[in-house]
Design a protein around this ligand. Structure first.
Ligand SMILES: [Zn+2]
Length: 225
Protein backbone atom coordinates (compact mmCIF):
# COMPACT_ATOMS: atom_id res chain seq x y z
CA UNK A 1 0.00 0.00 0.00
CA UNK A 2 1.49 3.36 -1.06
CA UNK A 3 1.78 6.04 1.57
CA UNK A 4 0.75 9.60 0.65
CA UNK A 5 1.23 11.43 3.92
CA UNK A 6 3.48 14.15 2.43
CA UNK A 7 1.12 14.70 -0.51
CA UNK A 8 -1.91 14.83 1.80
CA UNK A 9 -0.32 17.36 4.07
CA UNK A 10 0.74 19.53 1.09
CA UNK A 11 -2.81 19.29 -0.23
CA UNK A 12 -4.20 20.66 3.03
CA UNK A 13 -1.62 23.47 2.97
CA UNK A 14 -2.54 24.65 -0.50
CA UNK A 15 -6.27 24.31 0.20
CA UNK A 16 -5.89 26.48 3.32
CA UNK A 17 -3.78 28.99 1.43
CA UNK A 18 -6.36 29.07 -1.34
CA UNK A 19 -9.16 29.67 1.18
CA UNK A 20 -7.29 32.46 2.97
CA UNK A 21 -6.47 34.12 -0.31
CA UNK A 22 -10.07 33.93 -1.51
CA UNK A 23 -11.33 35.22 1.83
CA UNK A 24 -9.00 38.24 1.61
CA UNK A 25 -9.89 38.84 -2.03
CA UNK A 26 -13.55 38.83 -0.98
CA UNK A 27 -12.72 41.57 1.54
CA UNK A 28 -11.05 43.62 -1.16
CA UNK A 29 -14.11 43.11 -3.35
CA UNK A 30 -16.36 44.51 -0.57
CA UNK A 31 -13.90 47.28 0.16
CA UNK A 32 -13.99 48.38 -3.46
CA UNK A 33 -17.71 48.95 -3.10
CA UNK A 34 -17.53 50.65 0.30
CA UNK A 35 -19.61 47.86 1.84
CA UNK A 36 -19.66 47.38 5.59
CA UNK A 37 -19.18 44.08 7.40
CA UNK A 38 -22.95 43.53 7.65
CA UNK A 39 -22.74 42.64 3.93
CA UNK A 40 -20.47 39.67 4.68
CA UNK A 41 -22.19 36.29 4.40
CA UNK A 42 -21.25 32.72 3.59
CA UNK A 43 -23.61 32.80 0.58
CA UNK A 44 -22.12 36.07 -0.69
CA UNK A 45 -18.62 34.70 -0.25
CA UNK A 46 -19.33 31.51 -2.18
CA UNK A 47 -21.10 33.41 -4.96
CA UNK A 48 -18.03 35.63 -5.26
CA UNK A 49 -15.68 32.61 -5.24
CA UNK A 50 -17.57 30.90 -8.05
CA UNK A 51 -17.78 34.10 -10.10
CA UNK A 52 -14.06 34.95 -9.78
CA UNK A 53 -13.03 31.37 -10.53
CA UNK A 54 -14.78 31.81 -13.88
CA UNK A 55 -13.50 35.35 -14.27
CA UNK A 56 -11.06 36.54 -16.87
CA UNK A 57 -7.35 36.87 -16.29
CA UNK A 58 -7.18 40.66 -16.25
CA UNK A 59 -9.71 41.03 -13.51
CA UNK A 60 -7.99 38.41 -11.37
CA UNK A 61 -4.55 39.98 -11.81
CA UNK A 62 -5.98 43.35 -10.89
CA UNK A 63 -7.72 42.03 -7.81
CA UNK A 64 -4.59 40.13 -6.75
CA UNK A 65 -2.59 43.32 -6.99
CA UNK A 66 -5.15 45.07 -4.84
CA UNK A 67 -5.03 42.16 -2.43
CA UNK A 68 -1.34 42.75 -1.98
CA UNK A 69 -1.99 46.42 -1.36
CA UNK A 70 -4.60 45.39 1.19
CA UNK A 71 -1.81 44.16 3.46
CA UNK A 72 -0.35 47.66 3.82
CA UNK A 73 -2.36 50.79 4.71
CA UNK A 74 0.19 52.97 2.91
CA UNK A 75 -0.32 51.03 -0.31
CA UNK A 76 -4.06 51.06 0.21
CA UNK A 77 -4.11 54.84 0.04
CA UNK A 78 -2.39 54.79 -3.32
CA UNK A 79 -4.65 52.11 -4.73
CA UNK A 80 -8.19 52.98 -3.72
CA UNK A 81 -10.18 56.12 -4.23
CA UNK A 82 -12.43 55.89 -1.19
CA UNK A 83 -9.44 56.57 1.00
CA UNK A 84 -11.19 58.26 3.89
CA UNK A 85 -13.11 55.20 5.01
CA UNK A 86 -10.70 52.42 4.10
CA UNK A 87 -8.97 52.04 7.46
CA UNK A 88 -12.33 52.02 9.22
CA UNK A 89 -13.76 49.44 6.83
CA UNK A 90 -10.77 47.18 7.26
CA UNK A 91 -11.06 47.36 11.03
CA UNK A 92 -14.78 46.73 10.72
CA UNK A 93 -14.07 43.50 8.74
CA UNK A 94 -11.42 42.34 11.22
CA UNK A 95 -13.79 42.95 14.12
CA UNK A 96 -16.54 41.05 12.26
CA UNK A 97 -14.22 38.09 11.76
CA UNK A 98 -13.34 37.93 15.45
CA UNK A 99 -17.03 37.86 16.38
CA UNK A 100 -18.18 35.49 13.64
CA UNK A 101 -15.76 32.60 13.71
CA UNK A 102 -18.70 30.20 13.30
CA UNK A 103 -19.62 31.84 9.97
CA UNK A 104 -15.96 31.76 8.90
CA UNK A 105 -15.83 28.01 9.54
CA UNK A 106 -19.02 27.53 7.49
CA UNK A 107 -17.33 29.49 4.70
CA UNK A 108 -14.24 27.35 5.02
CA UNK A 109 -16.25 24.09 4.86
CA UNK A 110 -18.13 25.26 1.81
CA UNK A 111 -14.91 26.49 0.25
CA UNK A 112 -13.28 23.10 0.79
CA UNK A 113 -16.21 21.44 -1.02
CA UNK A 114 -15.64 23.84 -3.89
CA UNK A 115 -11.88 23.23 -3.83
CA UNK A 116 -12.40 19.49 -4.38
CA UNK A 117 -14.09 20.35 -7.69
CA UNK A 118 -11.04 22.28 -8.94
CA UNK A 119 -8.44 19.89 -7.47
CA UNK A 120 -9.37 16.61 -5.82
CA UNK A 121 -7.05 14.84 -3.43
CA UNK A 122 -6.77 11.93 -5.89
CA UNK A 123 -5.65 14.29 -8.67
CA UNK A 124 -3.19 15.88 -6.29
CA UNK A 125 -1.73 12.54 -5.14
CA UNK A 126 -1.25 11.64 -8.78
CA UNK A 127 0.73 14.85 -9.40
CA UNK A 128 2.68 14.83 -6.15
CA UNK A 129 3.42 11.13 -5.91
CA UNK A 130 3.86 8.77 -2.97
CA UNK A 131 6.16 9.46 -0.02
CA UNK A 132 8.85 7.07 -1.22
CA UNK A 133 8.77 8.08 -4.90
CA UNK A 134 12.28 9.51 -5.31
CA UNK A 135 12.07 9.85 -9.10
CA UNK A 136 9.75 12.87 -9.06
CA UNK A 137 11.52 15.92 -10.38
CA UNK A 138 11.41 19.70 -10.36
CA UNK A 139 9.54 20.91 -13.46
CA UNK A 140 12.16 23.62 -14.10
CA UNK A 141 15.66 22.32 -13.24
CA UNK A 142 14.63 18.66 -13.81
CA UNK A 143 16.51 17.58 -10.70
CA UNK A 144 15.04 14.49 -9.03
CA UNK A 145 14.24 13.98 -5.36
CA UNK A 146 16.93 11.32 -4.97
CA UNK A 147 19.51 13.75 -6.41
CA UNK A 148 18.53 16.38 -3.87
CA UNK A 149 18.91 13.70 -1.21
CA UNK A 150 22.46 12.96 -2.44
CA UNK A 151 23.27 16.68 -2.46
CA UNK A 152 21.89 17.10 1.03
CA UNK A 153 23.53 14.03 2.53
CA UNK A 154 26.90 15.06 1.09
CA UNK A 155 26.66 18.62 2.41
CA UNK A 156 26.25 20.21 -1.03
CA UNK A 157 23.13 22.16 -0.14
CA UNK A 158 24.06 25.39 1.57
CA UNK A 159 20.78 27.06 2.49
CA UNK A 160 20.08 27.59 6.17
CA UNK A 161 16.43 26.91 5.35
CA UNK A 162 17.08 23.24 4.60
CA UNK A 163 15.38 22.24 7.86
CA UNK A 164 12.10 23.84 6.83
CA UNK A 165 12.32 23.88 3.02
CA UNK A 166 14.08 21.95 0.29
CA UNK A 167 13.62 18.47 1.75
CA UNK A 168 10.52 17.77 -0.30
CA UNK A 169 9.28 19.14 -3.62
CA UNK A 170 6.99 22.15 -3.50
CA UNK A 171 4.02 23.17 -5.59
CA UNK A 172 4.35 25.99 -8.10
CA UNK A 173 1.43 27.67 -9.76
CA UNK A 174 2.37 27.94 -13.42
CA UNK A 175 0.27 31.10 -13.62
CA UNK A 176 0.81 32.56 -10.16
CA UNK A 177 -2.39 34.58 -10.05
CA UNK A 178 -4.58 31.63 -10.98
CA UNK A 179 -5.85 29.01 -8.57
CA UNK A 180 -4.42 25.59 -7.73
CA UNK A 181 -6.16 23.67 -10.52
CA UNK A 182 -4.64 20.44 -11.77
CA UNK A 183 -3.55 22.13 -14.99
CA UNK A 184 -1.96 25.05 -13.15
CA UNK A 185 0.31 23.24 -10.70
CA UNK A 186 3.68 21.58 -11.16
CA UNK A 187 6.27 20.10 -8.83
CA UNK A 188 9.11 22.44 -8.16
CA UNK A 189 12.20 22.51 -5.96
CA UNK A 190 12.53 25.14 -3.26
CA UNK A 191 15.29 26.95 -5.17
CA UNK A 192 13.42 27.25 -8.48
CA UNK A 193 10.22 28.20 -6.65
CA UNK A 194 12.05 30.92 -4.79
CA UNK A 195 13.67 32.28 -7.95
CA UNK A 196 10.57 32.19 -10.13
CA UNK A 197 8.39 34.09 -7.60
CA UNK A 198 5.21 35.60 -9.06
CA UNK A 199 7.24 37.46 -11.68
CA UNK A 200 8.21 34.98 -14.38
CA UNK A 201 6.00 32.82 -16.52
CA UNK A 202 6.86 29.13 -16.86
CA UNK A 203 8.14 29.79 -20.39
CA UNK A 204 10.31 32.72 -19.34
CA UNK A 205 11.72 30.72 -16.45
CA UNK A 206 12.62 27.68 -18.57
CA UNK A 207 16.18 28.90 -19.32
CA UNK A 208 16.82 29.88 -15.72
CA UNK A 209 15.64 26.44 -14.60
CA UNK A 210 18.04 24.78 -17.04
CA UNK A 211 20.97 26.79 -15.64
CA UNK A 212 20.02 25.95 -12.06
CA UNK A 213 19.88 22.30 -13.18
CA UNK A 214 23.43 22.60 -14.57
CA UNK A 215 24.69 23.87 -11.22
CA UNK A 216 23.13 20.87 -9.44
CA UNK A 217 24.72 18.55 -12.01
CA UNK A 218 28.15 20.12 -11.36
CA UNK A 219 27.75 19.73 -7.63
CA UNK A 220 26.66 16.12 -8.07
CA UNK A 221 29.75 15.51 -10.23
CA UNK A 222 32.03 17.06 -7.61
CA UNK A 223 30.51 14.68 -5.15
CA UNK A 224 31.71 11.69 -7.17
CA UNK A 225 35.35 12.81 -7.09
ZN1 LIG B 1 14.36 23.18 -9.53
Amino acid sequence: MENYSIADSRYKDIRNRSFEQSFNIYHVHLLEQNLKSNSISADGFMKFVIETSLDNKTRLSEINRKLYCYSSPKNLLAEFENRMTLGQLKEDYNEWEKNNLDVVSVMERRYNDHFITILSIEQFREIYGADDDMDRECAYCKTKRFEFKILRDSGHLLTKRIYSRGRTLEIDRVKPNRDYTKDNIVLCCYWCNNAKTDEFSATEFKKVGEEIGNIWKDRLKNDEK
